[in-house]
Design a protein. Structure first.
Lengths: 284, 324
């Protein structure tokens, strides 16, 4: 492989991604999701809340490309606004999980001994709890809302990241450049965040990208069960759940949000897998 | 005591505990450094030579407290380093630095060369801003690199160049003492010479004292003022360079020298071939640690442990047969 060896690690990784077909597809899908979510008010043909009682459950047509729902709302517009929920849930929930995971993993791996022991046993305990049921339980106790969904997905999803980061720290802290940092009098804080963490980010990034796909699925499932995003806010999961009542004669209500979830998850997965390959070759 | 002494190591021991079983009970120690004492004067180079696994690297790192020693005393300019608190130790690190063996592992791959060399200067608030950039540029040219290399990353350089980057980082704080932990072992022979000459020149210019660790006798002979030979965590012989190379006393030193390749192959060689392997430092032999492989062993060697004894002025060896 003729890699361009110039530039920073991330520049090299980006150059590799550009050459990877699946990375381009995955990245394209994710970029499209960003574009749709950010420009929702501009590109959606109708207001997602507009009720047209004369046009209930209409099949896809020139006016309503993806049809209308049981209240006569435009499905395409609702899905465009629903993409904002998916994007937000993906980023905030996974961002929170990654943040907690990095913190726990870094402290655990760097300090070792009883700190490590305590943190890892706590991780074990957390992992014994089936997270989907924990989320269900917590959300039903709290008020079902998108914010609660994101927080709960975040605080039940950090354990994998913590283990990854810890493992990276265990091996990186023995490397000579860390000894070098200590020999010039660098503080623990700076050694952790400036020297070790940037070198431990590759697997974290892969796991976060794949985690976003998981978080989007979880949100859709929660909304499908009616305890995620609350009406009238549209989300792919909630459109899907409304659609299931009419699936025999209004298939478009279920098919398109389902496809949107599928393609988005596929996009993040493709990107994550491609990242894993691009980050694989270690630079020294 | 000599006023000129910069580093004084007394009875230093670095033992690593061995834990085993489900309750991680301590079952023994690896005696990586076992009761080592020596002194290094200002501007002097002490070469430390020995086989792989004899504790050379652990000794070098213990002196700098990159590994915490178990026991003993390390004095730097008369101050005991091992009793320093965290902040005093960080301040002390300005004066003592290390150059690592593997130039591929000792530089952070995510930092530019400029940031790597600037880091010690920013930590100790020596300079900032443009002044810092200037200092980095002059450090890079001191070690034979170009100032514009500062914006590149370590993986864009060859092994020899990276070792120079490591040297520039070690020099940044103008230390008085540098531990060279096999600084040329990972390099090609032609590059070895360049790096050795660079280190020798820096010593001349800045009066730096080195503890130069190597397993390569010719390198040690090239750069050292005095040489210490280490075997299984202990120093077995120590003398001025010429004295040691022309008149080795300890049978282990003699065996090492016989094993080194000769430039004149037909010279007469009384070959001493060491049998067996280096014993485990977790379970060292009784008495003199070398008795299991020693060609001149007598019965008492198995029971009486040896310490360094003066053979001549400035030449010490730990052998009851050769240095009674």
């Amino acid at each position: 492989m003729s890699d361009n060896r110039k530039g920073s690690f991330w520049e090299i990784v980006f150059n590799r991604l550009k050459k990877d077909r699946f990375a381009v597809y995955g990245g394209g899908i994710v970029a499209l999701l960003f574009f749709v979510a950010l420009s929702a008010p501009v590109i959606s043909p109708y207001d997602p809340g507009d009720v047209e009682t004369s046009r209930l459950l209409e099949a896809p047509s020139m006016e309503h490309w993806l049809g209308t729902d049981e209240l006569g709302r435009d499905v395409l517009s609702r899905m465009i606004y629903g993409s904002r929920i998916s994007l937000m849930v993906g980023f905030i929930a996974v961002g929170l999980a990654t943040f907690i995971g990095i913190l726990v993993g870094a402290v655990s791996g760097y300090y070792g001994r009883w700190v490590d022991e305590a943190a890892m046993r706590f991780v074990d305990v957390m992992l014994t709890i089936p997270s989907f049921f924990l989320i269900l339980a917590v959300i039903t106790m709290l008020e079902p809302s998108i914010v609660n969904v994101m927080i709960v997905i975040g605080i039940t999803g950090w354990m994998g990241v913590a283990r990854l980061v810890r493992a990276e720290f265990l091996s990186l802290k023995e490397r000579d450049f860390v000894a070098a940092a200590r020999s010039i009098g660098q503080s623990d804080f700076m050694i952790i965040f400036r020297h070790i963490l940037p070198n431990a980010m590759a697997p974290v990034l892969v796991s976060a990208t794949l985690g976003i796909a998981g978080a989007i699925l979880t949100e859709s499932a929660l909304s499908f069960l009616g305890i995620g995003v609350q009406p009238p806010t549209p989300s792919w999961g909630s459109i899907l759940t409304e659609g299931k009542n009419y699936i025999e004669f209004a298939w478009w209500l279920s098919l398109f949000p389902g496809l949107a979830i599928l393609i988005t998850v596929l996009g993040y997965n493709l990107l994550g897998e491609a990242l894993r390959d691009a980050l694989d070759t270690r630079l020294n | 005591m000599n006023n000129n002494t910069l580093v004084e190591v007394n009875h230093l021991k670095t033992w690593f505990p061995i834990h085993s079983g489900i309750f991680a009970k301590k079952t023994g120690d690896v005696r990586a450094v076992d009761d080592v004492s020596f002194k290094i004067a200002n501007g002097e180079t002490l070469g430390l030579v020995g086989e792989s696994g004899c504790g050379k690297t652990t000794l070098g790192r213990s002196i700098l407290r990159l590994i915490e020693p178990t026991w003993g005393e390390v004095k730097f300019e008369g101050k005991d380093i091992l009793s320093l608190g965290k902040s005093d130790l960080r301040a002390m690190r300005k004066k003592m630095q290390i150059i690592f063996q593997d130039p591929f592992a000792s530089l952070n791959p995510r930092m530019t060369v400029g940031k790597i060399v600037a880091e010690p200067l920013s930590i100790h608030r020596v300079a900032k801003g443009l002044e810092l950039d200037d200092m980095v540029a002059s450090l890079l040219s001191d070690v034979g690199l170009r100032p514009e290399h500062a914006s590149r990353y370590p993986h864009e350089f060859s092994g020899g160049q990276r070792q120079r980057i490591g040297i520039a980082r070690a020099l940044a704080l103008k230390p008085k003492f540098i531990v060279g932990d096999e600084p040329v072992s990972a390099l090609d022979v032609s590059v070895q010479a360049q790096v050795l000459n660079l280190m020798a020149k820096l010593k001349e210019d800045m009066g730096i004292a080195y503890l130069f660790i190597s397993h390569d006798l010719s390198v040690i002979r090239h750069i050292s003022d005095r040489v210490a030979v280490m075997y299984l965590g202990k120093i077995v012989e120590e003398a001025a360079r010429e004295e040691l190379f022309s008149n080795p006393v300890h049978p282990y030193t003699q065996a090492l020298m016989e094993a080194a390749p000769k430039t004149v192959p037909c010279g007469k060689r009384k070959r001493i071939i060491l049998g067996g392997d280096i014993p485990s430092p977790a379970n060292p032999p009784s008495g003199c640690y070398f008795h299991t492989r020693c060609p001149v062993k007598v019965n008492d060697c198995e029971s009486i442990s040896q310490s360094l004894k003066e053979v001549k002025q400035g030449h010490r060896a730990a052998c009851m047969v050769k240095a009674p």
